[in-house]
Design a protein around this ligand. Structure first.
Ligand code: ZN
Length: 201
């Protein structure tokens, strides 16, 4: 597994990794070197997340990396709930999988760091059960409800190449995509082209 060691920067839609299914992080390597690299990368993502005042969580495809990895601002997320679903070690979620979703669904407006300035109404299960490996390399299964359940479903969507764009009407999707592309720098375009090339390899 190659874990990027360069600059970590949030990519906006439609950066190619936001549209692709991410790869599972291979684990069980006894030498720990890969784990060290992975945690370093996750910490870099966390720095990027904490730099965004509206950010609560960030998935690796949002920084151009096709890995099933999510970082969570647990202090912020726990504040949205009466229960503390997450401990400090759960700030890093490796290979998160939604095991179950409750049957009750609700709609709410969501934002996304890859869609700055955009809000989209999304219908999701009010409760879900998520399994992941945390920063201590411990497997965790957590029952979530309310806002934290919504946030984690949003992040797991990212690992499957699903974004707010998938929940928009065609006309809104086209409009927001065009507006976001207009904000791209030449460097963003070059990064996207390079990324497309490596995804095709
Ligand atoms: Zn998002």
């Amino acid at each position: 597994m190659t874990i990027p060691s360069g600059i970590i920067k949030i990519k906006t839609y439609p950066f190619p990794t936001l549209l692709e299914r991410a790869q599972e992080v291979p684990l069980g390597n006894e030498d720990g070197a890969d784990n060290h690299m992975l945690l370093r990368f996750a910490n870099g993502m966390m720095r990027e997340l904490l730099g965004e005042s509206t950010g609560i969580a960030l998935a690796a495809p949002q920084v151009g990396v096709e890995l099933c990895l999510v970082v969570v601002n647990v202090l912020k997320l726990n504040k949205f709930s009466e229960e503390d679903f997450f401990g400090y070690s759960d700030r890093i979620m490796i290979n998160p999988v939604i095991l179950n979703k409750g049957s009750i669904r609700s709609s709410s407006l969501e934002g996304c760091l890859s869609f700055p300035g955009v809000q989209q109404k999304v219908t999701r299960a009010e409760e879900c059960e998520v399994k992941f490996i945390n920063a201590e390399m411990v497997e965790r299964t957590v029952q979530l409800k309310g806002f934290p359940a919504r946030v984690i479903q949003h992040e797991v969507d990212h690992l499957r190449g699903i974004t707010l764009g998938n929940y928009m009407s065609d006309w809104k999707h086209r409009r927001e995509r065009r507006k976001l592309l207009e904000t791209w720098t030449i460097q963003d375009q070059l990064d996207a082209a390079e990324c497309m090339g490596s995804l095709l390899d």
